[in-house]
Design a protein around this ligand. Sequence first.
Ligand code: ADP
Length: 671
Amino acid sequence: MFSKILIANRGEIAARVIATARRMGIRTVAVFSDADAGARHVALADEAVRIGPAPVAESYLRGEAIIHAARRTGAEAIHPGYGFLSENAGFAEAVAAAGLVFIGPPAAAIRAMGLKDAARALMEQAGVPVVPGYHGADQDPEHLAAAAQAIGWPVLIKARAGGGGKGMRLVERPEDFRAALDSARREAEAAFGDPACLIERCIPRPRHIEIQIFADSHGNVTHLFERDCSLQRRHQKVIEEAPAPGMPEEIRAAMGRAAVGAARAIGYRGAGTVEFIADGSGPLREDGFWFIEMNTRLQVEHPVSEAITGLDFVELQLRVAAGEPLPFRQEDLRMNGHAIEARLCAEDVARGFLPATGTLRRLALPGDTGFARGAIRIDSGVRQGDAITPWYDPMIAKIIVHGASRAEALNRLAAALADCRVAGVTTNLEFLSALARHPGFRAGEVDTGLIARDLALLTARPALPAPVPALAALAALGLPRETAGADPWDRLTGWRAWGEAEEFVTLDNGGERLSFRVVHLGGGSFRVESGADACRLSVTRDGSGLRVTADGLRFAAETLVGSGRVLVWHDGFCHAFTLPDPLAMAETDAVGGKMGGGDSLIAPMPGLVSAVRTAPGAAVRKGDPLLVLEAMKMEHILTAPRDGIVADLLVAERDQVADGTLLLRLEAEDG
Ligand code: ADP
């Protein structure tokens, strides 16, 4: 076994790998960019090496700098995590050439699965069911259109070099094919430098079911059951679970056999995932699942499989990489209970799930953050006080729950999400809570279209429960004051002569102005009046939270005040109020006016201008791509809001811009 390894990654996955290495007595080396000098993964490692500035191309993607760091520190092996260089065959080769061990599959296996067309061809040869489609070399649009016609509508166009849903288009009618192909190719060329596409039949009501496999260098290949990752938004996984709801034993065995066959066909070693799309329009069938791709690394969602198998996948990866045989055979493996993972991300659901940034003023997550398996496990790379920057993945934490049954796991998930406290950064927490309560999901009726179909329901906000505005008013006034005994308001005897002791505060909630009169009743009790409503509250502090009795009902809540905002966590929701500030409101109006004009391109989020596709004086048509903004590892193409001439181009390639920055101004064609 190795005595020291380097982790060529950041965030939660780096922290996750370090936790297992530490348990096994292996010393760890972290690498970090300038943006991550104070990051959790750096603090957890025994040693750390700076590898460059914040942009990933200048740090986490610099293979030679990472290999140099490993040699300098005497690490014997490199764990690539997921993302970054984990599926880069050239990096795997360079690691081996440097006399180090790559904790992953052989470079040839990575290469075999690197392009979707080659992988499909290989899987067909190996007898693995593949989605009916076309993956030939002839990229002539007429030929592809004819292929689509032969496959039958609707079809999916996929970039062969694709990943993360990029370069993928659904086409429902022949007349839309050409435009969709052109746009898929453009996106693929921009993202991967390779415009080649393949065509697949679009499976109705698709379910995404993937098989975890492990192979060693002694010829053992096993599967560790399946995960269902059907809850997706725009082809990105949101919630994953194991086992898949409604999975019959014989289909599990058939999918497992296909996945093991896929791994054997490419001489695989280590942890990998074979992804299938299954027809979810009825019960799962043996002839109703097809290979879509293989990920030659550990997956983000591996903890749900760890939870049901009781195994530590990073430990298995390390053992296999060190040449040890897998410590089990297929027949030794058993599933225990049900596990679900939810990805808590910094994103603004109301603004089309745009990535969000900021400093985590409050981050309190329930459960164990030490990567131990248990009823609630939290995998996270950040702590309270850390910043979510535009440079990297917006994931804050993975919340993994385990229960004896799916129903128990679901209840535990809903409860865990309700106990999460995050402030300072906009997150998808409430969206995840709504998903955990979604009746279709609870019934196991999952397919990849569920989120899009029910988006309105999943993003609806509850009406403000009665005690919430009252609690916000108390918080805004700093009530109840820290030590009840020392609170002068508690000793109200002298005040009675002038009537009731009272305070006033005004708050905004979702554009509505609320004015409160707070009457001190003594002993931590208050009457809060707002318009015609009145509510009697008794509040005591309990750690960082509050114990509240409101009109006879007792519950726990939490409040946080700062930066002109008041947050109230109550019953799984976080309600935000603002202290009205006339000056700040005037500024917002000015920006709103600029954006409303349709003459300007304004950065919708902080990011890096990765491409400028126009120049001052150029005539542009509405919808033309003008700038590409890279934020949170995703590319956002900013298009012309209308026809016009580019009057001012205010940014250049490689500029880092803040949210709301004016990037470009258009004027009408006639001047
Ligand atoms: P990427 O590599 O970009 O992630 P995948 O091929 O893995 O692309 O597909 C991503 C997602 O797209 C799948 O999880 C599934 O939701 C959907 N998808 C892929 N292929 C099909 C198909 N043939 N029919 C229906 N949905 C599909």
